[in-house]
Design a protein around this ligand. Structure first.
Ligand code: SF4
Length: 255
């Protein structure tokens, strides 16, 4: 059973053997990527706990990595509220990439506000509009992007590599690939990193409001995403990995 009245830090932060080494490795990966890609690297932050750790590392180590997020138009107020907190805390500007307003109006007029519940295809069409398209613009001209993917987050992410190539041949850096949930929250607690208050309300993974719910004790961290879809990878595509031997698909999006 979930324990109410405890913050996510109180519930989840725990020092574990090897944390210091994993932290040093994450910083070293960010440094090496910065040296290799210069101004062509961007952190695509979902504003989730893992991405907040990475933003803190970028700022703390003065790494010249741009910080950008997808503003889908369907985010929780608590998620949007994090942007000015980040900017104030770190003295940086967070780029916000949004879908084309008219395209959203046309889509909603044709399919309704709740079409994501009508089937996987309808849900993916919404993700393509609100996430994929602005992500493509965010990554245009970039040679590398940084994400907060961790292997432990779900079965679909169990083989996440610290560095991979996306379909466009860009480097996708996952510097926290081997981190545990305890690692993430230990870092956040130790360094006072700002985080989305929905994490305190048992939302381990936070996306758009219509597609995110709280989870119960013992549920997979991604169980609160697209929970009505059975047997899926609980991804909207951004981080879906092709099967062995399959070519990478054109960037599908998830966060
Ligand atoms: S997560 Fe939900 S609301 Fe957000 S883009 Fe995908 S289907 Fe649309």
């Amino acid at each position: 059973m979930n324990t109410p009245n405890l913050s996510a830090v109180q519930r989840l932060a725990r020092p574990t053997p090897g944390h210091t080494d994993r932290l040093a490795l994450a910083v070293s990966r960010l440094r090496e990527a910065t040296a290799a890609h210069g101004p062509r690297i961007v952190q695509a932050t979902s504003l989730g706990a893992e991405d907040m750790v990475i933003t803190d590392l970028i700022a703390r180590h003065a790494l010249p990595i741009a910080v950008a997020t997808l503003d889908t138009g369907a985010l929780h107020a608590q998620t949007l509220a994090l942007v000015p907190r980040i900017e104030s805390r770190y003295g940086i500007s967070v780029q916000r990439w949004a879908p084309a307003p008219q395209a959203v109006v046309t889509f909603v007029a044709r399919h309704g506000e709740r079409s994501m519940y009508d089937g996987v295809a309808q849900r993916k069409a919404c993700c393509a509009l609100r996430k994929l398209e602005p992500l493509a613009r965010m990554l245009a001209g970039r040679s590398a992007w940084v994400t907060g993917l961790r292997r432990e987050q779900s079965a679909a992410r169990a083989e996440v590599a610290p560095q991979e190539l996306d379909e466009a041949g860009r480097v996708k850096l996952n510097p926290l690939a081997e981190w545990s949930e305890a690692d993430v929250w230990h870092y956040i607690g130790t360094h006072g990193v700002p985080y989305n208050e929905l994490h305190d309300a048992f939302y381990p993974s936070i996306g758009c409001a219509p597609c995110t719910r709280a989870v119960s004790a013992g549920e997979d961290a991604r169980a609160g995403r697209w929970w009505w879809e059975q047997g899926g990878a609980q991804e909207c595509g951004l981080h879906v990995r092709p099967a062995a031997g399959e070519p990478r698909r054109k960037e599908e999006v998830a966060a």
